[in-house]
Design a protein around this ligand. Structure first.
Ligand code: SF4
Length: 351
């Protein structure tokens, strides 16, 4: 078996592609191969990113969402949440604050808030770009039509994050109400790619009803899509959702999947996500030491930060906060990594 596992790992390292059964073998033998994959993923990250950690400033612009995903704390059915919606001025203030700190990439993330229509986004994209012509702008604002994505791109948006969450239809249905549609979400991702966005996708690791088989489907989808970014984090339950009593996802498995993703997509941007640190004080560091190359400090106005409550106990005030950037730099330097502020545009190609 060990010989067979080594062959699979060598194949992933050299061709960056595996078959369904091969991914399944890795997942079935996680314990035996975790350290080996970590070392290879770390070496791959060093080869492409030279131990540099790229920083993105995250601005959570609205916690209002018309959707009702069963796992999400800001779902429309949650009546226990104080809702907020940042004004144009507040968003620009957050961007300016980040610019003063040296941020050159901003991620505008929010629920699918009916008040934030296409015109709102066109105006905000143009305004952010006018304030910071050099900065890269990432949107993480859900599902839109091809024409809307095209208009956002033409207005200046560079990147788009849209986690697919699961590629398995039955699993998707367990996580989302009837009015939501996996095919539509997958089409959105294909539209974003075809429009030339640097496109990001990803999953929650350990979401209810997930299995090794569904994770393999996710890996095959990511391998096929070739996204420029992949964001994965452990599922963290939120008490005011139908899944509030479910167990959280595994940090170990999340970090293991980061190793696999780094070998699959050597020069993709892979963040060490906040949810890793919410569940384990070493979660972020293990991700960075095992292939991740991006960190996203929070630039949301402090008064709103806790209300962007996708899950419980979100870490957002310590080293996760934009204003504590110097602490993050020191922490990363202690681990032998350098925090860099540049945009970090990478072409994803199998190398
Ligand atoms: S996961 Fe996204 S789309 Fe679903 S309820 Fe939460 S913010 Fe809305």
């Amino acid at each position: 078996m060990r010989k067979e596992l080594n062959q699979i790992i060598e194949k992933l390292q050299s061709s960056h592609r595996l078959e369904r059964e091969e991914y399944l073998q890795l997942l079935n033998h996680q314990k035996e191969v975790q350290d080996q994959l970590r070392d290879l993923a770390r070496a791959e990250m060093e080869k492409h990113f030279h131990r540099k950690i790229y920083i993105r400033g995250l601005i959570e612009i609205s916690n209002i969402c018309k959707n009702n995903c069963y796992y999400c704390g800001i779902r429309r059915g949650n009546k226990n949440l104080h809702r907020y919606h940042l004004s144009m001025e507040e968003i620009l203030e957050a961007v300016d604050f980040g610019s003063q700190l040296g941020f050159q990439t901003f991620v505008l993330q929010g629920g699918e808030d009916p008040r934030n229509d296409r015109d709102f986004y066109l105006e905000i994209i143009r305004a952010v770009k006018a304030h910071n012509p050099q900065a890269a702008l990432t949107l993480s604002i859900g599902e839109w039509s091809y024409e809307d994505y095209k208009a956002f791109k033409e207005a200046g948006a560079d990147r788009f994050l849209l986690r697919h969450e699961t590629r398995n239809k039955a699993h998707y249905r367990k996580l989302h109400p009837e009015e939501m549609d996996l095919d539509r979400r997958i089409q959105c991702l294909r539209d974003l790619k075809s429009l030339g966005y640097q496109t990001g996708t990803g999953i929650m690791v350990g979401s209810p009803y997930q299995s090794k088989e569904t994770i393999v489907e996710d890996l095959l989808f990511i391998q096929d899509l070739q996204p420029e970014m992949v964001g994965i984090g452990p599922y963290v339950p939120h008490e005011d959702t139908p899944f509030g009593k479910e167990a959280p996802g595994s940090v170990d498995l999340t970090v293991f999947l980061i190793h696999i993703l780094r070998l699959m997509l050597p020069n993709a941007n892979i963040p060490a996500t906040t949810s890793l640190n919410t569940l384990s004080h070493r979660g972020r560091d293990r991700a960075i030491d095992g292939g991740a190359n991006v960190y996203m400090p929070n630039l949301t106005p402090a008064k709103n930060r806790e209300d962007y409550s996708l899950y419980n106990n979100k870490a957002c005030f310590k080293v996760e906060a934009g204003e504590n950037l110097e602490d993050l730099k020191k922490l990363m330097a202690d681990m032998g990594y350098e925090v860099v502020m540049s945009r970090g545009d990478f072409e994803v190609k199998n190398v």
